[in-house]
Write a protein that binds this ligand. Structure first.
Ligand code: FAD
Length: 506
């Protein structure tokens, strides 16, 4: 049976969304005798794979059990960035005193209107991922329902048999839930339900200070919730560099988010109709609990063993760097098979999958330069290596850092929290990695990604004229710092001598 296509609250925007990404009256087509490619899961990885393959002339079937667009469109990037924007607007408007604008403290936010704005935008974007577009414009056979492998070359979906030459598993991941006694009984929010809220929770506990937990903790705090963020480690965003995470952590604390470190929820229960979450033997009374402790791969129900596809419940489907599973006719892409769980990675992997599965390509995921960004304020964006990884291999790196208060535009905008940092191969300008902590870090890291992908060194960035005043000048200043570092005492002495000689009076 197909999952009921409902997105709450039921309003015109969400009905438009559902009509696009899982039309209630959809009738699955009659399958072709055999497909070049059957794609399971219509999130970013599955959609790009199906559209790309069909565009190149392949006969493609796409199977989705719930909503086309997957997490990114429905319950991930799009809705989260939609409400982050509202929270940001409110926060900005309330903190204008330094610019000579008063009255911000009298402003109020309409949570329902902010959510509806997000829902309207999501509905608008959904036309691009719609069943109708895929089937009528792109020529993909779209099937809704649960599917499973019946043997290494066949998939069953809602009583129909899809035979394939190649298959792609793109079933993504879902929120992992921490084993806190009583949590199921009191109920909790995940990314699948939080964007359906119609009222702002006055008191919100967020379990997990990873990217999703941090983005939403700050958003709800800015919208007006009293937020407590619980983290098992000694700091937030533990995958990021410590000083980067600390900049964000300080911003959180300034904004009134209470952070509990080394903190595991012990139990949860109801008292007098209120949710109580116990941690460190203390009781925290909240209106909602939001869980953001990581992602679990969607491997269940597919009968992967019948297809000869190896997997495990933690890391998902096992693939080699060409995205081939242990069944050479079956490939995988996206969150189901990578630790880099981002939309842009799913997209990049889908393109590799098409080349390798259908056209005997030899493309490798290990060649990808994968950036990411956590959309807190300030943002943290990263690409490439972290220094510890290089130190482990015995190689040496040069680290250059430009604090944002050295950038005129950041000072003028009042956005000086953060830095741009680059890691170079020692003795050269080859960029191995970079971290930017800045309000627009996600926009700024692109230039460094381009340089890394195109094997351009930092000197090339130094030769590039950046408009003044922009925050992207932070990246240019890294190149200036590199050029200065090349001015050895010997070269400085030679240049000084030349200039002295030029000044001589005849
Ligand atoms: C709150 C949140 C915010 C995020 N923000 C960002 C961001 O800002 N930037 C970014 O790059 N990434 C972000 N991500 C991550 C991003 O959403 C994922 O990396 C991306 O959606 C992965 O795409 P995918 O196709 O691999 O999987 P998914 O999008 O999860 O799609 C998988 C699809 O497979 C379907 N499916 C599963 N099992 C079956 C089955 N048995 N049969 C048929 N269909 C099945 C699912 O219903 C789903 O539609 C965010 C995630 C969350 C949760």
């Amino acid at each position: 049976m197909t999952d009921l296509p409902r997105i709450l609250p039921e309003n015109d925007h969400n009905r438009t969304l559902v009509n696009n990404v899982h039309p209630p009256a959809w009738i699955n087509p009659e399958p072709a005798p055999i497909y070049n490619l059957v794609v399971i899961g219509a999130g970013t990885a599955g959609l790009i794979t199906a559209a790309g393959a069909a565009g190149l002339g392949a006969r493609v079937a796409l199977v989705e059990r719930h909503l086309m667009g997957g997490d990114c469109l429905n319950v991930g990037c799009v809705p989260s960035k939609g409400i982050i924007r509202a929270a940001h607007a409110f926060h900005e408007a309330r903190h204008t005193r330094a610019f000579g604008v008063s009255g911000g403290d009298r402003l109020a936010i309409d949570f329902g209107a902010a959510m509806q704005r997000m829902q309207a935008i999501r509905a608008g974007i959904s036309a691009h991922d719609s069943a109708r577009r895929y089937s009528e414009e792109l020529g993909v056979d779209v099937f809704f329902g649960r599917c499973r492998f019946s043997d290494p070359g066949t998939i069953e979906v809602e009583g129909k048999t899809l035979r394939f030459k190649r298959a792609a598993i793109c079933t993504g991941a879902r929120a992992a839930v921490p084993p806190i006694p009583g949590l199921e009984e009191v109920g909790y929010l995940t990314n699948e339900t939080v964007f359906s809220l119609t009222e702002l929770p006055k008191r919100l506990a967020v379990i997990g200070a990873g990217p999703i937990g941090c983005e939403l903790a700050q958003t709800f705090a800015r919208l007006g919730s009293k937020v407590t963020l619980l983290e098992t480690q000694e700091r937030i965003l533990r995958r990021e560099e410590e000083d980067a995470a600390l900049v964000v952590q300080k911003a959180f604390q300034r904004e009134g988010i209470e952070i509990c470190f080394h903190c595991r929820g012990q139990k949860a229960f109801f008292r007098d109709g209120e949710k109580v979450l116990v941690h460190h033997d203390e009781e925290l009374v909240v209106d909602e609990i939001l869980v953001g402790v990581g992602r679990a791969p969607n491997v269940e129900g597919l009968d992967l063993a019948k297809a000869g596809v190896d997997y495990d419940d933690k890391n998902g489907v096992k693939v080699d760097e060409r995205l081939q599973t242990t069944n050479p006719d079956i490939y995988a892409a996206g969150d189901i098979c990578t630790p880099y769980k981002f939309t842009h990675t799913a997209d990049a992997m889908a393109r590799i999958l098409i080349a390798n599965a259908l056209f005997m390509g030899r493309q490798k995921t290990s060649d990808l330069v994968i950036p990411w960004c956590t959309y807190t304020d300030p943002e943290i964006a990263h690409v490439g290596i972290y220094p510890e990884q290089v130190e482990e291999t015995g190689h040496k790196i040069t680290t250059l850092t430009v604090p944002l208060d050295a950038v005129d535009r950041a000072r003028l905008d009042g956005e000086v929290d953060g830095y741009a940092r680059v890691y170079l191969q020692q003795g050269s300008d080859r960029i191995l990695g970079a971290t930017i902590v800045a309000r627009h870090a996600g926009e700024m890291i692109g230039e460094l990604c381009l340089a890394m992908t195109s094997r351009l060194g930092l000197k090339a960035i130094g030769r590039t004229i950046h408009p003044y005043p922009t925050q992207a000048e932070a990246v240019k200043k890294l190149a200036d710092a590199y050029n200065r570092s090349r001015l050895t005492p010997l070269v400085a002495k030679a240049l000084g001598g030349w200039l002295r000689w030029q000044r001589r009076i005849p």
